[in-house]
Write a protein that binds this ligand. Structure first.
Ligand SMILES: [Cu+2]
Length: 117
């Protein structure tokens, strides 16, 4: 199974299993387009770079760079360094949260925007 097929399978499973994905826009199958609330780590990038959610919602990061370890670091909290699997965090307070991969900062960075629910 190619990496692209594996990624699309992951996104399909995520969208069907998650209420947040109900309003998911149509995926362009030529490029990764994670369901709302999901970020993919691929090619030492966070995709999408910026994600917007409502307070109380959860973001799940999916490690797809299987030969390159990364973490998700917000400073005060974050994931372990890992090469596979997922890590989730629920954001209860509106605001703009910048994060990096501690290994590949500052190039590998992302942003979570939390709006009031
Ligand atoms: Cu990294």
């Amino acid at each position: 199974m190619s990496r692209k097929v594996a990624l699309l399978s992951l996104l399909g499973l995520t969208a069907s299993g998650c209420a947040v994905g109900l309003n998911q826009p149509t995926n362009n199958f030529g490029a990764p387009s994670p369901a709302p609330g999901n970020v993919v780590l691929l090619n030492s990038s966070f995709i999408p770079h910026r994600i917007t959610i409502k307070a109380g919602q959860t973001v799940t990061w999916h490690w797809e760079d299987h030969n390159t370890p990364h973490d998700v670091s917000f400073g005060d909290f974050g994931s372990p360094i890992q090469s596979d699997g997922t890590w989730s965090h629920t954001f209860d307070t509106p605001g703009t949260y910048n994060y990096v991969c501690g290994i590949h900062a500052p190039i590998m960075s992302g942003q979570v925007v939390v709006t009031s629910s």
